[in-house]
Write a protein that binds this ligand. Structure first.
Ligand code: PLP
Length: 374
């Protein structure tokens, strides 16, 4: 089997037949010539339907996830919303309790309009997941590791539960990327990534992708919905994502290494009341993470002793960690998630989420040390 480093490094790279160029071309055309009899000589009709650069990015992403098919979208939210809207009306969705907060908002506000219902469950408690199943459950929506508490759920066990109930399992694997976790190989049916994060990798492109284990009716329904509703990624975004993917494994290794250094420093610091990082043996699902992940990722969160005000003060004192949302870029970021998620947020007030970037780990630790010293 070809290693993921090799698949990524060569993604989209084949000599262009017209010029011999090695790096993937960017094709911006919105429309493509028909043959006199109406056929499409190259299979392309109109950019919204399909286009060569999007197709190249999708082939690369499908190869990285071991998927039968991948569909690219302009954002991670568009990808997720499409997977949900394509479900049969009347369906019931089990949503993990620490899923990205906008998906919980989407479920609360939009599901009634789409004829869907949902139940929020702690996916680290498999008995609770089994108990929440209903005859009309069509999808289990897992996010692992989760945002922002870094909860880890057991993908293989969830896939068994889902399939035993004739439902699908979708895994939002944004925090792990395909390099650290391969949900389809563990039995999941669909993997979602916000390509805005590690896949793009440089904080300058938005995108989302759905990777399907089977080229089945649900994948087709998602494709149809994208085509008709118009949630097509721009060729430029697709090209940027393809460019990012080529260095993904090397970046993920460094993110993991830096995050471990930061997590170990925080775990020993008296001002850190709790550290949420699946790579720490003290993490409640460390064993599951060690089994299903190749590395523990670049994301972590910690709770500052003293709560909300103390956490805000620490964030304000940090110099290398920029106070900004999002994650997965080269520069380190810090965010007080409860402020962003709003008054209904279940996220602890003292929690700071860190996206650990590609700087030197010692510099990041020094920055945290000065900020925690006050
Ligand atoms: N999934 C996770 C885990 C996220 O953190 C995010 C965004 O932060 C999304 C999905 C949504 O992605 P996007 O912002 O590209 O729409």
């Amino acid at each position: 089997m070809t290693h993921i480093e090799t698949i990524a490094a060569r993604a989209g790279s084949r000599p262009d037949p017209t010029s011999g160029a090695l790096s993937p071309p960017l094709q911006l055309a919105t429309t493509f010539e028909h043959a006199p009899d109406g056929r499409l000589p190259h299979g392309f009709l109109y950019q919204r339907y399909d286009n060569p650069t999007q197709q190249q990015a999708e082939q690369a992403l499908a190869a990285l996830e071991g998927a039968r098919r991948a569909l690219l979208f302009p954002t991670g939210m568009a990808a997720g919303a499409t997977a949900l809207q394509a479900l049969p009306p009347g369906g019931h969705v089990l949503l993990c309790d620490d899923s990205y907060f906008s998906f919980r908002a989407l479920a609360a506000r939009q599901f009634p309009r789409w004829g869907l219902t949902h139940t929020i469950v702690d996916f680290t408690d498999l008995d609770a997941v089994r108990a929440a199943l209903r005859p009309d459950t069509v999808l289990l929506w897992a996010e692992t590791p989760s945002n922002p508490l870094l909860k880890v759920s057991d993908i293989a066990a969830l896939a068994d539960i889902a399939h035993g109930a004739d439902a699908r399992l979708l895994v939002d694997g944004t925090f792990a990327s395909p390099v650290l976790q391969q949900p389809l190989a563990l039995g999941a049916d669909i993997v979602l990534h916000s390509a805005t994060k590690y896949l793009g990798g440089h904080g300058d492109v938005m995108g989302g992708v759905l990777c399907f284990a089977q080229d089945d009716a649900h994948a087709d329904a998602c494709h149809q919905l994208r085509l008709l509703a118009g949630a097509t990624a721009s060729p430029f975004a697709a090209w940027m994502i393809l460019r990012g993917v080529r260095s993904l494994p090397a970046r993920m290794d460094w993110h993991c290494r830096n995050a471990r250094t930061v997590a170990e420093f925080l775990a020993a610091h008296p001002q850190a009341a709790a550290v949420h990082y699946p790579g720490l043996p003290s993490h409640p699902q460390h064993a599951v993470a060690a089994r299903q992940m190749r590395g523990f990722g670049g994301m972590l969160s910690f709770e500052v002793a003293g709560g909300r005000e103390a956490a805000l003060a620490v964030a304000a004192r940090l110099r290398l960690f920029t106070n900004a949302t999002s994650l997965g870029s080269t520069e380190s970021l810090v965010e007080h998630r409860a402020s962003i998620e709003g008054p209904e947020s279940p996220t602890p007030g003292g929690l700071l989420r860190l996206s650990v970037g590609l700087e030197h780990g010692d510099d990041l630790v020094a920055d945290l040390a000065q900020a925690l010293a006050g």
